[in-house]
Design a protein around this ligand. Sequence first.
Ligand code: NAD
Length: 430
Amino acid sequence: MIAGTLFNDASRRLENALRHLDISADAAERLKFPKTSLSVSIPVRMDDGSLRMFPGYRVRYDDTRGPGKGGVRYHPKVTLDEVQSLAFWMTFKCALLNLPFGGAKGGVAVNPKELSRAELERLSRGYVEAVADVIGPDVDILAPDVYTNEIIMGWMTDQYSLIQRRLSLGVATGKPLALGGSAGRDRATGTGAFYILEALLPKFDQFPAQTTVAIQGLGNAGAVIAELLYQAGYKITALSDSQGGVYNPNGLDVPEILRYKRQRRSLSQIYCSETVCGLGENSPISNADLLALKVDVLIPAALENQITEANAQQIQAKYILEVANGPVTSGADGILVQKGICVFPDILVNAGGVTVSYFEWVQNRSGLYWEPEEVNRQLQAKMVKEALTVWRLSQDLNLDLRTAAYVQALKRLGGALDAKGTRDYYQGSV
Ligand code: NAD
């Protein structure tokens, strides 16, 4: 186990959940350690003829309930500690949603914005070359994450298929539709998060028309939920990306802003471009100020560690919907609980992506492809079912929603681990 801060922080959630249910000591011990961690160096021939090396990682945290499953992240700050933490979260997420997968994650320390398309392709194929022995449709399945997308999944699938000398669509999900992708996968994380909010907010007598929302991060996940909430009548007062954000207390015109963002790629260029400013009273807002806005629902949809002990006291939202992985640290958890802020936890909220990834894997293996309506129907059914299970557990055991979600996932993980043999069995006491 590595002693990185993010993983230590992630592990605290496990320790906390272990206090609230009885699983075998064997199972608890197994879940404290990743099954395999691979660090690689990926050589990439750059367009100018030079050679650059990029550090890459693949961690399979647990595969007791099925093959490892997890995205590949491209970001300059990717470390083994981060990848291991993300693989840990995937393990609990897949168990919570009752998907027949374990948890895994990968990453490359790179700023993809500095690479040409051809360099990015060589890097993506190089990553697969480097980890080919530890991935596969029955072993560990790749998917998109921050700054990777369906095109990259297409390259990775192709590269793995070349190595195997047969088409192997099941090695990655989030692929282009033309290459075995599933309808609805591109919007699944945001859509799933929307279903969770719609299922749980009424439990607090909070309804769309009276609900203001601020969203940090306007990528794959953030942009979709922004659009869905806007359509459902929520008032979105702030949106941001890595460069900063826009704020309007009277509500932003989300479709217009997304259209501009797609055209110009960054919100910073549209803070006060005449057309957008002309639409209302939009003003610039920093990411730090966005997090502290007095809104009903705050949605961190960018990166981890956004709400920490340093800024938790400043949070004024009533609810936090964790679309990103790990946006709230364990240190901030206690402060938010004291302030009466309800956190809808990441392993439940953002599980729509991996759920439709599961549907994609099923479709690849069966060769029978579903209509978009069928994907969304099954996604909604699964998300709402597990959300209500977590809600009931939180009420029955008097737990916050995050602890209840971990307890529910642990029940399934503990059961699967125990089914392989327990200390009691070997000692003849059962
Ligand atoms: P993405 O690359 O599509 O978008 C990331 C967004 O975050 C971009 O808008 C970027 O500008 C913004 N951002 C980056 N750094 C920021 C900062 N410091 N402050 C504010 N904004 C910043 O990524 P994504 O796929 O939307 O993933 C976002 C989060 O959701 C990640 O935590 C990811 O692990 C999680 N997630 C994504 C999926 C999925 O299917 N895409 C599934 C589960 C979880």
